[in-house]
Ligand binder design. Sequence first.
Ligand code: NG1
Ligand code: MG
Length: 483
Amino acid sequence: KLKTKNKVKKNPEGKVNKRHKKKNMECPPVHQYPDRVRIDTLKHAHQTRYGSEPEIVVRVPGRVNLIGEHIDYCGYGVHPMAIDQDILVAVAKVPTRGTLQLTNLESKFADFETNLTNLKVQAQASWWNYFLCGVKGVLVELETPDSVLQFGLNCTVHGRIPHSAGLSSSSALVVAAALSTLWALDHQMAKKDLADLCARSERFIGTQGGGMDQATEILAKPGTALLIEFNPLRTQDVTLPQEANFVIVNSLADVNKAAGSDFNTRVVECRLATKVLAKLNNLSGWREKTKLIEFQEALNLNLEEALAKCTSQLHPEPYSKGELCQLLEMTTPELESQCLSPNTLDVANFDLFHRSKHVFSEAKRVFDFKSACDNSQDDKALTELGRLMAESHQSCSQDYECSHPALDQLVSLSKTAGALGSRLTGAGWGGCVVALVPLEKLDGYMSYIKEKYFANLAAAHGRDLNELIFTTQPGGGALTYTC
Ligand code: NG1
Ligand code: MG
């Protein structure tokens, strides 16, 4: 397992750590990218901004999670796929030592410039911080001494993944930055190691997320969705039923996960539920357990049994800090340092019952979803997938409380419009829903949602509706092209 280092370690030979060193990357030529106009625009913008040509273009897709929400960080498998919408980063190495220059073709994202040595990521969601996560992650992991950074990097970004929408444009930036940095250091890393590294690196921003997004964006193959499991990271390709159309609808309610503490509060609630359940069941080493899957596996329970334990042994009312200290035999400072995150220190009450109920039931739905896909010749498979998606949304909304009125409205409109099921996708609290719509209902579904949801929505005015509601096919993962 790769370890995470907090500091860039100086290495006496002044070389980059060789642990991951492999043969040079194999990169297809950039003319193989399907949208020639977009590439030309990007290259031209790069040339205009910096006065020299880019050498590579890194392409990273967004992702949509079909089912398995807020369970990756509890150790459970998830079921996403990569989408077509992607982010492109044109990159060139320049002789100005240690500089990093970033520009974004979307004018609302300001340019940024910093030094590659001693990079600081701020726990705020300015776009470049996500880029810095990926750069820093690689430099730290490879223990790159400053003396190696004899070059600077000029980067031009063009994103097509809707942002703040649960489609993981954030991780796409992290992954693109990590790939750019690896290229600059002339290093190649196994894809799974890179996915793990990017998952750890994105936490520099302050959210304690799981590894679904980075793994999907790196490991996806065109034509199949993925069942992703963790510790160790492993994937199975899942062929979706041919008649299944997945439609993504942007509610236009923005989420900014890094700016609030909702996300980390959920992570902490799951961690606390793990410890409380482990202690109540006399598990040795309960203090070290942090993920609900560790509790389930240590007791050799199946997911239904784990669910029964949490609903019978936890109380539905929230737990106060005082009660948790008593249960876990900890002082308040111990509870804070061992279980909480810097941005949840002020949270007074933690809901353990509903959060763990969601996690165990959602983990089971992921496996049921995969089985239904594997049995797609069964004429009830599609209905089953829809039912699981609808249950997942209900659980996210009621038990995990990570929905938003706009998302609930879209889910209910989707049902009326003929979807077999729909659910919020990504962290929630805004962003997109994904709906499963049979082919014969597709046209009707699209026009109904456009009329009932978007027609009166001020935020949709002037927006291209095709960017707010679109069908999607499983796409391929990240690629580095040479110019
Ligand atoms: P979003 O907010 O959609 O990027 C986050 C986490 C995922 C996962 C989902 C909820 C990161 C980078 N992403 O995704 O790992 O926990 O929420 O299922 O933290
Ligand atoms: Mg994200």
